[in-house]
Design a binder for this molecule. Structure first.
Ligand SMILES: Nc1nc2c(ncn2[C@@H]2O[C@H](COP(=O)(O)OP(=O)(O)OP(=O)(O)O)[C@@H](O)[C@H]2O)c(=O)[nH]1
Ligand SMILES: [Mg+2]
Length: 228
């Protein structure tokens, strides 16, 4: 009985959030802004990957002014400052201890951009492989990172996250020679059982491996999902 009530409450919270998320997604698509939600555990390499992607997109002719980042953090502005130092507009979204981002927060952060129109808008979600999977943030594409030091078996421990995303980005692959027990093939196999259409990228922000392929895919996603 109690369990049923808890499930119903969770459903009603996410249903209200989903409706606002759909409206936000459609509004951004109409103004050609492609919005990407980046999720992962703490320290998996979200900010570092965003900085590598920003550099790659710029090298392809994407203007810095057309890139924006919402940096969600439980408390600090460390990551928002790193993005600003790289010359890209960022807004700090301080969740004051809340373990995920939901639409009220996304809308508040988006307003802080003061009407700036972006080609690419990224959300660095809260470092957490659990709660963010449940909350639609209005993104056109959701990606998750799994870093080599975390271990391939996280696919068995946090299946909802792997099922919820469009792409799995394996990060810190320069550590693979030091982690012989990281079983890339079993990771891919298990992840595709959970999510048959999942795209998988093997990357290292340190060496640049996989970053061009990821940028190719994001550019194709943008072309397919938002007005040109
Ligand atoms: N060797 C190696 N280290 C990396 C790579 N990417 C990130 N790191 C390091 O991993 C650490 C965490 O990276 P961040 O980008 O801050 O990770 P994050 O997911 O944004 O962390 P939080 O925002 O705190 O959750 C830093 O010391 C990075 O330098 C990589 O590809 N290879
Ligand atoms: Mg970060």
């Amino acid at each position: 009985m109690d369990q049923k009530r808890v499930i119903e409450i969770k459903k009603s919270i996410t249903a209200a959030n989903d409706e606002v998320a759909s409206q936000f997604r459609a509004a951004r698509a109409a103004e050609s802004t492609f919005f990407v939600d980046v999720m992962a555990s703490p320290g998996a390499g979200k900010t570092t990957l965003l900085l590598a992607l920003i550099a790659e997109l710029r090298a392809r002719g994407v203007n810095s002014d057309s890139l924006g980042v919402i940096e969600a953090d439980l408390e600090s502005d460390v990551d928002a400052l790193k993005i600003k130092e790289a010359g890209v507009t960022s807004v700090e979204l301080n969740t004051r201890g809340v373990c995920h981002v939901e639409m009220g927060m996304v809308e508040m952060a988006f307003k802080a951009f003061d009407g700036t129109k972006f080609d690419y808008l990224f959300l660095e979600n809260i470092g957490n492989l659990v709660c963010p999977a449940d909350f639609d943030t209005g993104a056109h594409t959701r990606v998750m990172l799994l870093s080599v030091p975390e271990g391939w078996d996280k696919v068995m421990k946090y299946p909802p996250m792997f099922a919820a995303v469009d792409a799995l980005i394996v990060t810190k692959c320069d550590y693979l020679p030091l982690n012989p027990d990281f079983d890339m093939e079993r990771l891919k196999e298990r992840a595709r059982v959970l999510n048959p259409t999942l795209e998988i990228f093997v990357t290292s922000a340190r060496t640049g491996e996989g970053i061009p392929e990821l940028a190719d895919w994001l550019q194709a996603q943008r072309a397919a999902k938002v007005a040109q």
